[in-house]
Write a protein that binds this ligand. Structure first.
Ligand SMILES: [Zn+2]
Length: 190
């Protein structure tokens, strides 16, 4: 799947908005990305899962692992497409942990999948958790890379599209300077 097609599918499902937004961080941005709005459509999730799986087909992935919640749907679809097992990590007392009886065996080939990589933090933590448990982490994959390719997670990493979402302080925001009102995504206010 080409990057342009990925972005087009995000736009069409309302998962990528363009305008003037207040992000949850309080920063302003001209883009807003909400993967859940794409992944609410199972057919899209399956298609994106196949596209990511295609990049790892010859690498003997036995298990796909994802950080909850963001990685669950896309990770499951990647696992389905690879005929692999699917497990997830979740935070317990702030630490990314394998719970619910999930285990990996020593040397097990694992692929880590997330919806969006921004800093790479949760992917990195998931990789460390799996490695401590003895797994061999083959690589990491996300639908979107918001790090402009910069996030380093210590294993080979792929993304279907790279997206620069510039976010700035309201004082430095050009749209604010033009007097345009910023919108909080998810609110009904226009
Ligand atoms: Zn602004």
């Amino acid at each position: 799947m080409r990057a342009e097609e990925v972005i087009e599918r995000f736009r069409r499902t309302g998962a990528l908005l363009e305008g003037h937004f207040v992000l949850s961080s309080g920063l302003h941005s001209t883009n807003y990305l909400q993967c859940a709005l794409l992944l609410q459509h199972p057919a899209e999730a399956t298609r994106f899962g196949q596209a990511l799986a295609d990049q790892f087909r010859d690498q003997r992935v036995e298990t796909v692992a994802a950080p909850a919640i963001g990685g669950l749907i896309i990770g499951y679809e990647v696992a389905r497409s690879l005929g692999a097992r699917f497990i997830w990590t979740e935070r317990e007392a702030g630490l990314m942990t394998l719970r619910r009886g999930f285990t990996v065996r020593p040397g097990e080939g694992v692929l880590v999948v997330e919806d969006v990589i921004t800093t790479g933090g949760s992917t990195r933590e998931t990789i460390e958790t799996l490695q401590s448990a003895g797994a061999r982490v083959i690589g990491a994959a996300s639908i979107i890379d918001r790090s402009s390719g910069r996030a380093n997670v210590g294993v080979p990493r792929v993304a279907l599209a790279t997206l620069d979402v510039p976010s700035v302080n309201p004082d430095a925001c050009e749209a604010c300077a033009r007097g345009e009102e910023a919108v909080k995504p998810g609110s009904r206010k226009k």
